[in-house]
Design a protein around this ligand. Structure first.
Ligand code: GAL
Length: 419
């Protein structure tokens, strides 16, 4: 018998032996770390939980409260350091790439290849779902940050319609103030202040200015007179808040608009989830429109479920979760409730309300015209260290601890040090 034949026979015997082995016992559970703790967010997440339950996969919930995910990322670092690895983690933009670079994430290429994810996920999202050619995350949605949410009855009472320019916006905010209504509902937390900043930058200098300052991190643009105007606008917006804004959670600010205690909230479209969860209807009870002067531009963020490297016994449940997240029916059902739009381009808009349809159309248009940009506030414009440096300057200024005249230089300096 030739050596080759012996080898082949050996392989055959090995295959038989393997087939005779019982398959490794699979853990039929996924542990998911996320920060979706508000009413609207929890309702959206329930869609995924129940879909997985139908597949026989239990959901171990690990919610970490704190909008924007800052706290969740801190807890995650501690968990991974201590060797306690979750199955999947809600994550944004550059954080995904950081974890991938550390070699902590799994490889979804088999599933992605079979399911054709490359063809249906927009490249702007793939930039964060893939690392070194490997799929490491399943994108759930696309949110965008340059939105304003308004209470329709309040606007009617003020005789106002959605403002289209900065000056028109200021005029309506003044009207609300004069009528004794809190013009702007806001929560003073760094990520919320930064969410305002995304919109304000676009309103001051459009896509070019946004890209040069937030994405290219160009020093001259960070220090430019346009940046002074942006900080002036932030200081102006600050004058329209109620005295209790400090530290308030974003969903409580949404509740102020829902109840008619405030006229507007400047917030990403997860705010819509709160209106819907409260039984409110777009155009009837509330209005959604792009931050004045930013129609045509979109600053986006995409929640993705990052799949960590897990043992063979947890892989099956993890794959089922990735498949469930990317299911077109799920992407429709989830995003209708969440306020975001699907992360797949092949999901019809039929089930979406007016704001959802507008979100989908705006995204498509901005993408086609080169006006789709990653949100700085939500980790899609620059790495976490730079984002954090920006948060610090923006918040310090917003709280009156840094003069507008000095803020652009401080921003440029902080960015240079963090890069
Ligand atoms: C964003 C996230 C949204 C929403 C929001 C408030 O970063 O993308 O899904 O959860 O924070 O927590």
């Amino acid at each position: 018998m030739t050596v080759n034949k012996v080898f082949m026979q050996g392989l055959g015997a090995l295959a038989l032996l393997m087939a005779a082995q019982p398959a490794m016992a699979q853990v039929k559970e996924v542990e998911v770390v996320h920060w979706w703790t508000s009413g609207g967010e929890a309702a959206a997440l329930n869609v995924l939980k129940s879909n997985l339950q139908k597949e026989g996969i239990a959901w171990k919930d690990t919610p970490i409260a704190g909008g924007g995910g800052t706290q969740a990322m801190t807890v995650l670092r501690a968990r991974v350091t201590s060797g306690s690895i979750p199955t999947a983690v809600q994550m944004l933009g550059f954080d995904i790439l950081d974890w991938a670079a550390l070699g902590s994430l799994g490889d979804l290429n088999d599933i992605a290849g079979k399911e054709g994810w490359d063809k249906v996920v927009p490249t702007a999202l793939q930039k964060f779902s893939k690392y070194d050619g490997k799929w490491v995350a399943a994108p759930v949605n696309v949110h965008s940050t340059n939105w304003v949410w308004a209470n329709k009855a309040v606007l009617d009472k003020l005789g106002a319609t959605p403002p289209k320019s900065w000056d028109e916006f200021i005029a309506v905010l003044d009207k609300a103030k004069a009528a004794g209504i809190t013009p702007l509902a806001h929560g003073g937390q760094p990520w919320q202040d930064a969410t305002l900043f995304d919109s304000v930058l676009l309103s001051v200098g459009g896509g070019d200015f946004y890209k040069k300052s937030m994405i290219d991190l160009d020093q001259a643009t960070l220090k430019s007179p346009q940046m002074t105007t942006a900080f002036e606008r932030m200081a102006k917006l600050r004058t329209y808040l109620d005295p209790n804004f400090s530290g308030r959670d974003w969903n409580l600010a949404s509740a102020m608009v829902i109840k008619g205690d405030a006229a507007f909230q400047i917030m990403g479209d997860w705010a819509k989830g709160e209106f819907i969860n409260a039984g409110k209807k777009p155009d009837t009870d509330f209005l959604c429109f792009r931050f004045p002067g930013t129609q045509g531009y979109v600053t986006f963020n995409s929640d993705q479920f990052v799949m960590f490297k897990v043992g063979a016994d947890r892989k099956d449940a993890q794959s089922k979760m990735a498949l469930a997240v990317m299911d077109p029916g799920f992407q429709s059902a989830f995003n209708v409730v969440k306020g975001s739009v699907p992360a797949r381009t092949d999901v019809p808009n039929d089930a979406f309300d007016a704001c959802g349809k507008k979100g989908m159309a705006d995204l498509k248009e901005a993408n086609a015209s080169g006006n789709l940009f990653g949100s700085m506030a939500h980790g899609h414009a620059n790495p976490a260290s730079v984002k954090q440096a920006m948060y610090d300057v923006i918040t310090k200024h917003f709280n009156g601890q840094l003069d507008t005249a000095k803020a652009p230089d401080e921003l440029a300096k902080a960015v240079a040090a963090a890069k």
